[in-house]
Design a protein around this ligand. Structure first.
Ligand code: IPM
Ligand code: MN
Length: 352
């Protein structure tokens, strides 16, 4: 029997509660489709940091590198200054494990959960491929004259031809494999960021023309993209963009697909340890109450199976999530689902 070693980082707040449900559903899927998942738990997050003053030991990074996949709950703790855990754990893993793709599907499962008028599941079904290792996220920059009236803060966007091109190639391949409209939209800001997006745009057309002539190329400025997400989301198939723009537009994407309760993503190194997570945060105010929606974490689990090559099992989880959300869920918002966190996990698991 095939078996996969999975690292689980429950993390902060409601993270452990939702990963528990994901593991429950993954268990039902693996039993049905005949493979085994061996879990190793990692205690990382705010509590560990407060206890040990270390967010992520290098030895743990090296251990995690040895897993094909990592399931992550959430990172972020009310008693830890913003930035420490995000940079020290989440971004560090994305960078050191070279998870250079952040894959974020935006798919509406039921009309009732869409805040847009006259839009339904057939209109909201696209995928954002967010560059995950460069841009404004590298920490390049610094202060001069800090704390004085002359203070200067510089935060640089790093865009390498190699980093941009590998992201574009992934996105083109994805559009081909997805086989929907075979359309890839570059989301940028070529009218203002005339260096960074000049590189992106040239690479986009060069790579597309040479190696992906079957994929239609389209372009939208990031500000216009947010407008189209609301007005004409049906125009999109696959979108590729840089790290910062990808961060921003996928929060909007999450809202039009029904909210953070359902939005999942994968931090992907196509040749290495990839990490799957619900994209909402640690939701401290809901911690421990059994009211948080586990569906995003469950969907992250499905993305993980797809990455591991268990695509039938991944599809079965998605189908169960669709069935349960359509037939049994009142709302995707925490506390309003009509079920507890664990009951909802049970419903999806038994629908498999
Ligand atoms: C996300 C989050 C992170 C990001 C934060 C927590 C660092 O917002 O995964 O979208 O900005 O990438
Ligand atoms: Mn974000």
């Amino acid at each position: 029997m095939k078996s996969y070693n999975i690292a689980v980082i429950g993390g902060d707040g409601t993270g452990p509660e939702v990963t528990k449900e994901a593991v429950k559903v993954l268990g039902a899927a693996s039993a049905k489709f005949g493979f085994k998942l061996n879990y190793s738990d990692y205690d990382l997050g705010g509590d560990r940091y407060l206890r040990t003053n270390e967010a992520l030991p290098s030895s743990v990074v090296e251990e995690l590198r040895g897993f094909p996949a990592i399931l992550l709950g959430a990172i972020g703790h009310p008693d830890v200054k913003p930035g420490i855990l995000e940079k020290g754990i989440l971004l560090r893993l994305r960078f050191e494990l070279e998870q250079y793709i952040n894959l974020r599907p935006v798919k509406l499962y039921d009309e009732r959960f869409c805040p847009l008028k006259d839009k339904g599941p057939k209109d909201i079904d696209f995928v954002v491929v967010r560059e995950n290792n460069e841009g404004l996220y590298t920490g390049s920059g610094g202060f001069v004259f800090k704390g004085t009236p002359h203070e200067i803060a510089v935060q640089e966007s790093i865009n390498t031809r190699r980093g941009v091109e590998r992201c574009l190639r992934y996105a083109f391949e994805y559009a081909r494999k997805r086989n929907k409209d075979k359309k890839l939209t570059l989301c940028g800001k070529t009218n203002v960021l005339t260096f960074a997006f000049d590189l992106w745009e040239r690479a986009f057309h060069e790579v597309g023309k040479k190696d992906f002539p079957d994929i239609q190329r389209d372009y939208a400025h990031v500000d216009a993209t947010t407008m189209w997400f609301v007005k004409n989301p049906e125009w999109f198939d696959v979108i590729v963009t840089d790290n910062m723009f990808g961060d921003i537009i996928t929060d909007l994407g999450a809202m039009i697909q029904g909210g953070m309760g359902i939005a999942a993503g994968g931090n992907i190194n196509p040749a290495g340890a990839s990490m799957f997570e619900p994209i909402g945060g640690s939701a401290p105010k809901y911690t421990g109450q059994g009211v948080i929606n586990p569906l995003a974490a469950i969907c992250a689990g499905a993305m993980m199976l797809d990455f591991l090559g268990e695509s039938e099992a991944a599809k079965a989880i998605e189908a169960s999530v669709i069935k349960v959300t359509r037939e049994k869920v009142k709302s995707l918002a925490a506390g309003k689902m009509g079920h507890t966190t664990s009951q909802l996990g049970d419903l999806v698991a038994s629908a498999i």
